[in-house]
Write a protein that binds this ligand. Structure first.
Ligand SMILES: *Cc1c(COP(=O)(O)O)cnc(C)c1O
Length: 345
């Protein structure tokens, strides 16, 4: 039996329409900027985020790295959340490869940053200090229950950024989830960011790829940095073809994942031994704690695997389940029932 795999929405397989589009894509050498399908994807991505220009990159991690490199010089400081993907899960690339110094702000549980603390963390000019250059935000916030950040929060960060002459980079790996959850256009959430990265390879189900969207001038710099880190690709239009299908046809479908997440969270919250605040579940990501007298985290994972269900333990006793296109409503029922039976052993 094929497992029910809730470890991540990156596990989604390309749709039949994507496979067909990939096979038939018209392609060229993108380092020479001659791939028509890739150009089409970049144009559409720029339009959706309300930016002048866009750049295709192989991964979200490279998209964030190249964006930070394009904003900052070595020795600059950036402000980012302690639960942010850039800080926690990108191998420290901005420091290792960019010489960029991270100033960590504790995230609020909803993925926002406390504004007074953010403002207090912006450096004055002083011989001892690295210059603050950039604020990084994340929407939806992966490790804060997949929370969508509101346009109002973006507006208030913009006010600070403008006041102190800083730039804003938005890690919008799941920005389409945020827009669908809030029932607004993506552009409303990206307007206040100088640059935004989003992923095609998560809930949008494309096999590979992310986009950086920003001003024409910024994208020119980013193109150079992408080449520097080895991300210049040749006939990448084959990948872009799947991305076009994703952006054109699969965005509204994300609502199904959100509904499935909500239903699953409701059911899990009723199970003894599980700690979960279901009111926090707004998109496709569920975090919960296990609090059971006999079953520890590793045992729980093993018992689930034996029933062909996979979830991720992100910290001891803390689990993440991500809903996506390859998990049906019926399968979420199976997951809830299985967890119930394991914990009432
Ligand atoms: C997945 C993710 C990334 C990185 O994307 P990859 O394509 O896996 O490198 C960046 N930010 C957030 C919030 C993510 O969830």
């Amino acid at each position: 039996m094929k497992p029910i795999d809730l470890r991540s929405d990156t596990l989604t397989q390309p749709t039949p329409a994507m496979r067909k589009a990939m096979a038939n894509a018209e392609v060229g050498d993108d380092v020479f900027e001659e791939d028509p399908t890739l150009k089409k994807l970049e144009t559409l991505a720029a339009k959706k985020t309300g930016k002048e220009s866009a750049l295709f990159v192989p991964s979200g991690t490279m998209g964030n790295l190249v964006s930070v490199l394009s904003h900052c010089q070595r020795g600059d400081e950036i402000l980012l959340g302690d639960r942010s993907h850039i800080f926690l899960h990108e191998v420290g690339g901005i420091a290792a490869l960019g010489g960029v110094h991270s100033r960590i702000i504790p995230n609020n549980p909803d993925g926002t940053l406390p504004l007074p603390l953010l403002e207090n963390s912006i450096r004055q000019s002083d011989i001892h200090y690295p210059p603050t250059r950039l604020i990084c935000l994340e929407n939806t916030h992966n490790f804060c229950q997949g929370s969508p950040l509101s346009p109002e929060f973006m507006d208030s960060v913009r006010v600070l950024a403008t006041k102190y002459g800083l730039k804003i980079h938005l890690d919008g790996a799941r920005i389409f989830n945020a827009a669908v959850a809030l029932d607004i256009e993506v552009e409303t959430l990206t307007r206040q960011a100088d640059s935004v990265m989003f992923c095609l390879s998560k809930g949008l189900s494309a096999p590979v790829g992310s986009l950086i969207c920003s001003s024409r001038q910024f994208i020119q710099r980013a193109r150079k940095f992408r080449k520097m880190v080895g991300g210049g690709m040749r006939q990448a239009g084959h990948l872009a073809a799947a991305g076009l299908v994703a952006l054109e046809n699969l965005v509204q479908r994300l609502k199904d994942d959100h509904l499935n997440a909500k239903t699953l969270a409701e059911q899990l919250a009723l199970i003894k031994g599980i700690e979960l605040d279901q009111t926090k579940i707004k998109t496709n990501i569920i975090f919960f704690k296990l609090n059971h007298p006999q079953i520890d985290g590793d045992t729980f994972i093993n018992l689930l695997e034996a029933k062909s269900i996979k979830i991720l333990m992100t910290d001891p006793g803390v689990f993440r389940a991500v809903l996506h296109r390859d998990v049906s409503r019926e399968q979420t029922e199976t997951v809830a029932q299985t967890i119930q039976s394991i914990l009432t052993l």
